[in-house]
Design a binder for this molecule. Sequence first.
Ligand SMILES: Cc1cc2nc3c(=O)[nH]c(=O)nc-3n(C[C@H](O)[C@H](O)[C@H](O)COP(=O)(O)OP(=O)(O)OC[C@H]3O[C@@H](n4cnc5c(N)ncnc54)[C@H](O)[C@@H]3O)c2cc1C
Length: 382
Amino acid sequence: MKFAEFTDRHKAFRDEVRGFAKKELLDESTQIDRKGEFPWHIINKIKERGWLGVPFPEKYGGLGLDATSYIILVEEIARVCASTAIMIAAHVSLACQPIYANGTEEQKEKYLVPLSRGEKIGSFGLTEPNAGSDAGGTETTAKLIGDKWLINGTKRFITNGHVADVIVFTASQDREKKTHGISAFIVEKGTKGFEAGKEEDKMGLRGSITSELHFEDCELPKENLLGKEYEGFKVFMETLDGGRISIGVLALGIAQGALDYGIEYAREYSLNGKPLYKYQWVQKIIADAATEIMAARHLIYHAANLKDRGEKRVTEEGAMAKLYASEVSTRVCSKIQSILGKDGLTKKYPLERFLRDTKLMEIGEGTSEIQRLVISRQIFGR
Ligand SMILES: Cc1cc2nc3c(=O)[nH]c(=O)nc-3n(C[C@H](O)[C@H](O)[C@H](O)COP(=O)(O)OP(=O)(O)OC[C@H]3O[C@@H](n4cnc5c(N)ncnc54)[C@H](O)[C@@H]3O)c2cc1C
């Protein structure tokens, strides 16, 4: 599908990723879901191509492309395998991006360079047992004692959790201050007092890792503070501005994958001797899905384009893109599944996987209700 604002470079990159997804991932995606195992073999191939550092400058180990190219990457991968796409999204937009935007030169050298090159895997720990939509409820604590931070607490539902080597996370220096008491930090796998815990057994995205992270009297060097003290809320709010475009494009990719399949199926199969695509009810499902997907694509690439221009924050545009694309994707996957009738519920076809995978898009990085709050606050002010 075409998008008017793509440059020749974007189109070439899209074709390259699309070719890779078809050749290396299409046949694997069902197995990745069934086995529920992190697809290391695919990630290694993605890493070899430099795609775990697409939007970062070459001096920080990246490919030096733009946010739009990164969004293209996630869309094309999600179209075939959402488990692989969310791994990339968490790594790039939630782990690398806050280090790129807020890190010192030393932190960029030490963490961003190996992350961008794919030598290390990243993740982002914000959510806790009692802090999801309301990050002000963060119970993980950070105390500066001498030249060390002492960290205690638990994070939950962290994508890439136990495979991550570098984790950006939030902790409160002063719980009375709620969001204004939060700071952001970087911890490395293997640090004493830090370990990944239970892995979630999820309905969808079963090839991606989602785990707990535990800090028990974990000592971090003073220089592992990311950004300024008490500005962790700002760090992750800015991170989520971009992260929401990532989740939106994941939803878009899944919806497009479902539509691709629906079109193929409607062409190939007949009902009562008449090709499915000749039925008006099938045409309506396909036409509505294609229209909604196109609208979602415009919202998403508009937000990515604004991010590339860097003239303003993309809080509103990112929230709108995620809200709309995630709800469209759930609707599209469900409607396309119905074209297959009872067969759509079986594991013989990928539609049931698309439907299971896309549900997260309405939840992660802020639920649809929270996106509506974000958008209305932009409109009315706080
Ligand atoms: C597969 C997966 C991967 C994830 N990966 C990560 C990750 O890498 N890092 C990370 O930090 N987190 C991650 N999360 C957590 C995710 O970001 C949270 O689930 C999300 O922010 C919602 O928080 P919650 O689930 O605690 O819901 P809650 O905050 O408990 O909300 C429950 C319900 O109440 C509604 N609600 C809450 N507050 C309001 C309000 N003020 N107004 C209206 N409705 C409200 C919500 O919309 C929701 O329907 C992941 C989650 C999943 C499922």
